[in-house]
Design a binder for this molecule. Structure first.
Ligand code: MG
Length: 385
């Protein structure tokens, strides 16, 4: 049996000196007795996993509204995919895979219903009250809105987990915990999550674009990354069939799945290789604190970076802004705006717990917190009532 002390001792043996070590964590806002079995980051992960905000991700838009079908990505499956990629990359690089997993599971908690279109709408509604940004809102949920600890302490997570979730500059008027900086470069584990986030969504959004018939494979086939993934996937499948003596050749569906997993492997392997080399070059950096004072050390090779950009641009034009996809998300967002305005006009519609926050947080912010936390399905239901 391995208890926490043994897990921490193991980290000391296997992690790179620039990784974040659980035993050296700067701790929690409310000091707690350490868990007997889990490291502080494993404990953070479990708190996130058991939070209501995490469960609501299952019904939040990734690209297609979550009510579109059962097999498209939602924020939940996206977060799980990111976490799996980030864990693999960190294990290979000697970074703390528990911290990466924790950060990945939490990285999209602040997303409102209906993805980035929903986020823009809510940001506009809260324009005079600090705005709405999913990254900063994610921290607000973990630090305050999840009510597991006394008022204002949220899930009482470790400093390192929280710091890794500050990705963009948070505006001065956005309400956040005063102990956090409004801009920070994350630890290496957070940087890996950030890059795995992008790798995961270019790959799975390509898959959803094909699965939903919004984009045909022929349209992707000339782009560098899909083309390479296709060639490698065919090669692998053909070899498998040949060596196993199977007469049938893989069909289009099998090929589609294989392309996505191949694309993900290409990107993660590139990330590990380029970051590994960057860590070698950065010999003078002694620990995780020094590492986060530098520009991003986690990186892709420049060539892959360009290819990712190309694919992303294509997805943006042909999938995210596909007239049918865009219309569906915009109509849904208009319903979210109606729900927001209705509650703003009649605050007694808020649950008691939120009504109790109005005096301290202001009415708009409280309604924004409540509506931002809703699932796609809940907005649909409220807009019909
Ligand atoms: Mg994400």
């Amino acid at each position: 049996m391995r208890n926490r002390e043994e897990l921490e001792a193991r980290e000391a043996q296997i992690l790179d000196r620039r990784a974040v070590f659980a035993v050296k964590s700067l701790g929690r806002r409310l000091p707690e007795i350490e868990d007997a079995l889990r490291t502080c980051f494993q404990r953070d992960r479990d708190r996130i996993l058991h939070s209501a905000a995490f469960r609501r991700l299952q019904q939040k838009t990734q690209v297609l509204p979550a009510t579109t079908g059962d097999h498209y990505r939602t924020r939940l499956t996206h977060s799980l995919e990111v976490s799996q990629l980030a864990r693999s990359a960190c294990l290979t690089l000697g970074l703390n895979s528990d911290l990466a997993e924790t950060v990945a599971l939490a990285h999209d908690l602040g997303h409102p219903p209906f993805g980035h279109v929903g986020e823009r709408a809510l940001n506009k509604l809260l324009e005079e009250h600090g705005g709405y940004r999913h990254n900063a809102q994610g921290l607000r949920i973990l630090d305050d809105l999840e009510d597991r600890f006394p008022e204002g302490y949220g899930l009482n997570l470790s400093w390192e987990t929280r710091l890794c979730l500050i990705k963009h500059q948070v505006s001065e008027d956005f309400p956040m915990s005063p102990d956090l900086p409004r801009k920070a470069t994350p630890y290496l584990e957070g940087q890996i999550v950030d890059l795995c986030d992008r790798s995961a969504y270019v790959a799975h959004d390509m898959d959803d674009a094909l699965r939903s018939n919004h984009v045909r494979w022929e349209a992707f086939a000339d782009l560098a990354l899909p083309k390479e993934a296709d060639e490698k996937a065919r090669e692998k499948l053909d070899k498998l069939c040949r060596e196993s003596g199977l007469a049938e050749r893989p069909d289009e569906r099998q090929l589609r799945r294989r392309r996505v997993s191949t694309l993900v492997s290409i990107l993660v392997q590139d990330l590990v290789r380029a970051t590994g080399q960057a860590l070698k070059r950065a010999r003078r950096i002694q620990d995780c604190e020094e590492a986060r004072k530098e520009p991003y050390i986690a990186q892709h090779t420049p060539a892959r970076q360009e290819e990712i950009k190309e694919l992303l641009q294509f997805l943006n034009e042909h999938f995210y802004r596909h007239p049918d996809v865009y219309r569906a998300v915009q109509e849904a967002t208009a319903r979210m705006t109606q729900v927001y305005n209705r509650i703003l006009a009649e605050p007694t519609l808020l649950p008691d717990r939120f009504q109790a926050r109005i005096e301290r947080e202001g009415l708009e912010r409280t309604v924004g917190d409540y509506v931002g936390g809703m699932t796609d399905r809940y907005v649909e239901r409220l807009s019909q009532s």
